[in-house]
Write a protein that binds this ligand. Structure first.
Ligand code: ME8
Length: 537
C-alpha cells in the first residue's frame, strides 16, 4: 500500500513513554523507592522530562504563530510504556492483573501531566489496541523488507533495563550474575526467537550521528556513538511461555514482541501510522541520557529498515539528584512532584525544574533552593512589579499608556533597560531554539531586575509630573508584556496572568508581539490580586 507522508513544516515533539511501574533503577541515582513512596509513583525526574517536552512544544507553537504559511499540524505525545516482564512482575507484587495495575499507574501519570499543565495532544498507552495494530504492521514491514530472521538466541537479559547485556558487562556476586555498573540481577536466556539485522545498520547510523546535527546538546554525540559499538543482531521477541504480557508476533502467537520495539513504535502510533496519511518524522524527540542506545541506535535502524525518515532532532538531558546525592530507598529522599506542587504550585515547580535544569549535566533538587528561587523570581521580581505598577493608586486611569517618545529623565534612566529589551527578541529565539531554557529564564529575569531598579528609582508613587509618570508606566508595562510573551512556553499560567492584568488580548500574544513599541495600549485588565503568594519555609 502506498503511503502519503506529510513532510511539511509540522511540529511533532515526543516525550519518552514512562514505565508503568515508574521504578526503573538508573545508573546509581535511583535505587528502589522508599517505603513512604510506593514503587508506582512518578518522581521528579519524570516531571522534568515532561515539562521539558511541554516547553519545547509550546515554543514551537509560539514560533509558528508568526508564520501564516506554516503547516498547522502540531503534535505533542506522551504516555505510558506498559508491556514486558518488569511491569508483569510489578503487577504480581501488587496482587493485581497486569491491566488493572497499568490502568492505575497510567492514570497517576496522566494526573501528573494535567497538574503540570502539559499541553500534549496525545496520551498513548502501549496497551491501546491502535498501538498493537501499529506495532504488528511495523513488524510485518521489517519482515517483508528482509530484516527479520529466526534463530536460537542465548545471552544475559536485564529485566530492570529490559535489554540484553553483553558478557563483559556482567559478573558473579554472591553466586548471582549481576550487571557490573548497577548490581542489578541479570538472567540467562536461551531460546528460539526472532532477530533483527541490527548489525547491517551500524555504519549508516554512525554516519547519521556524525554528519548531521541530530544529537543535541552536542556533548552527547560521544555517548550516542559509544552506544553503537557492542551489538550484533538484536533479539526482538521472547517465547510467549516466558513473556505473555506483550504484543504477539504476527502469524506466530508463540512469540511476544520485544518491549523496546513495542515501545519505540509508540511514536508512529501517535502520528497516525499505519493509516495512509501520518505526520512524520518527529521534529524533536526528547530523552534522558540512559535511553540513548534505544533512541539513537535501535530506533534509527528500525526506521531505516522500514524506509521511514529519521527524526530531525534528538534532545538528550541528564538526571536529577536530590541535594546532590542520589535518591534512594535507604536515604528516603525521593521527591514526589505532587507534594512539591502542593507547596510550590505547578507553575513554581515548572519554573524551578527549567531554571535549575541544565540538560548538559545532572541536576539537583533541593526544597530550600526551590523556595528561594520562587520567592525571589516569581514573587518578587515578576509578581511585585506587576502589582505595584498596576494598582489604582499609581495608575488612576487604569490605562496602558501609548507613549511616542519618552520623557527625557525617564529616557535617560531606562537606556540600559530599553537596550536589553530590544535585544531580548533575537536572543530568546536563539536560546529557545537551542532548548537552553534556563538561559532564557536567566536572560528574562535580568531584564525584570533592571525594570524593578528603574521603577524603584523613578518613585512613581510620588510623581506629580504626568508625562514622566506615563513614561515610567509605559516602560514598565512594555517590559512586563514582552517578558510575559516570551515566558509563555515556560510558565504559561503566570504569563497569562500578567498579560491579563495588562489587558493584552489573546491575539496579541504571538511571538511577533514580543517587541517593544508594537502594542497600541488600551484598558488594563481586572486586578486579581497576586499570582503566587510568598512561600513560607
Ligand atoms: O525508560 N532524572 O521509561 P522510564 C531525569 N519506558 N530524568 C529521568 C530520571 C531522573 N532522575 N528518571 C527517569 C523508559 N527519567 C522507557 C522509555 S520510550 C520509547 C520508552 C527519565 O519511566 C528517563 O531518562 O524509566 C526517560 O527519559 C523518562 O524519564 C522515562 O523513563
Amino acid at each position: 500500500r502506498s503511503r502519503c507522508l506529510i513532510r511539511n513544516s509540522h511540529t511533532f515533539v515526543t516525550s519518552p513513554i514512562f514505565y508503568a511501574n515508574a521504578g526503573k533503577v538508573r545508573s546509581g541515582y535511583f535505587a528502589t523507592f522508599p517505603n513512604l513512596f510506593s514503587i508506582s509513583e512518578p518522581h521528579i525526574g519524570h516531571a522534568y522530562t515532561a515539562v521539558l517536552c511541554d516547553t519545547a512544544y509550546r515554543w514551537n507553537v509560539l514560533k509558528n504563530s508568526n508564520n501564516q504559511n506554516s503547516d498547522s499540524r502540531a503534535l505533542f505525545s506522551i504516555g505510558t510504556d506498559e508491556h514486558g516482564s518488569k511491569i508483569y512482575q510489578a503487577s504480581q507484587l501488587a496482587k493485581k492483573t497486569p491491566k488493572e495495575f497499568c490502568d492505575q499507574v497510567s492514570s497517576k501519570f496522566s494526573n501528573l501531566f494535567e497538574n503540570l499543565n502539559l499541553s500534549h495532544t496525545h496520551f498513548i498507552r502501549t496497551t491501546d489496541s491502535k498501538h498493537s495494530e501499529a506495532v504488528q504492521t511495523f513488524w510485518k514491514t521489517l519482515s517483508s523488507n528482509g530484516y527479520i530472521y529466526k534463530s536460537s538466541y542465548s545471552g544475559y537479559y536485564s529485566i530492570t533495563d529490559e535489554c540484553f547485556i553483553p558478557e563483559n558487562e556482567v559478573e558473579k556476586r554472591n553466586d548471582k550474575m549481576v550487571l557490573k555498573t548497577t548490581s542489578q540481577p541479570v538472567e540467562w536466556i536461551e531460546e528460539e526467537n526472532y532477530m533483527f539485522r541490527l548489525s547491517e545498520f551500524r555504519e549508516k547510523v554512525k554516519e547519521w550521528i556524525e554528519k548531521t546535527d541530530v544529537v543535541y546538546p552536542v556533548k552527547y554525540k560521544t555517548l550516542a556513538l559509544d552506544s553503537l559499538t557492542m551489538e550484533d543482531d538484536l533479539s526482538i521477541s521472547r517465547t510467549r511461555s516466558r513473556l505473555s504480557w506483550g504484543i504477539p508476533v504476527p502469524d506466530d502467537p508463540s512469540q511476544t514482541i520485544y518491549v523496546w520495539l513495542d515501545a519505540l513504535v509508540n511514536y508512529l502510533t501517535v502520528s497516525g501510522y499505519p493509516q495512509k496519511q501520518f505526520v512524520w518524522p518527529p521534529t524533536c524527540q526528547i530523552i534522558g541520557k540512559d535511553i540513548t542506545k534505544f533512541h539513537l541506535f535501535y530506533w534509527p535502524a528500525f526506521l531505516m529498515a522500514a524506509n521511514l525518515s529519521l527524526p530531525k532532532k534528538v534532545f538528550i538531558h541528564g538526571h536529577w539528584l536530590v541535594d546532590n546525592v542520589k535518591m534512594s530507598k535507604s536515604l528516603g529522599n525521593v521527591v514526589n512532584p505532587n507534594e512539591t506542587m502542593d507547596k510550590f504550585t505547578s507553575e513554581g515547580l515548572r519554573y524551578f525544574l527549567l531554571k535549575q535544569g541544565n540538560p548538559s549535566s545532572d541536576c539537583s533538587f533541593s526544597w530550600s533552593s526551590c523556595l528561594e528561587m520562587i520567592n525571589s523570581d516569581m514573587v518578587n521580581n515578576v509578581g511585585n512589579l506587576v502589582n505595584r505598577s498596576t494598582v489604582a493608586k499609581i495608575n488612576k486611569s487604569g490605562e496602558y499608556p501609548k507613549v511616542e517618545s519618552l520623557e527625557s529623565k525617564v529616557k535617560e534612566d531606562t537606556e540600559k533597560l530599553m537596550e536589553m529589551l530590544e535585544e531580548s527578541y533575537e536572543k530568546c529565539i536563539e536560546l529557545y531554539n537551542e532548548m537552553m531554557y534556563y538561559k532564557v529564564i536567566e536572560h528574562l529575569m535580568l531584564i525584570m531586575k533592571e525594570a524593578n531598579r528603574v521603577f524603584q528609582l523613578s518613585q512613581p508613587w510620588k510623581e506629580t509630573n504626568s508625562e514622566r509618570l506615563e513614561s515610567v508606566l509605559y516602560v514598565t508595562y512594555e517590559t512586563i508584556r514582552v517578558v510575559s510573551i516570551l515566558l509563555q512556553p515556560i510558565t504559561p499560567k503566570m504569563a497569562a496572568f500578567c498579560l491579563d492584568r495588562l489587558g493584552v488580548k489573546a491575539e496579541k500574544r504571538g511571538l511577533a508581539d514580543a517587541k517593544i513599541g508594537c502594542y497600541s495600549g488600551g484598558k488594563l485588565g481586572k486586578d486579581r490580586g497576586v499570582f503566587i503568594e510568598r512561600i513560607q519555609k
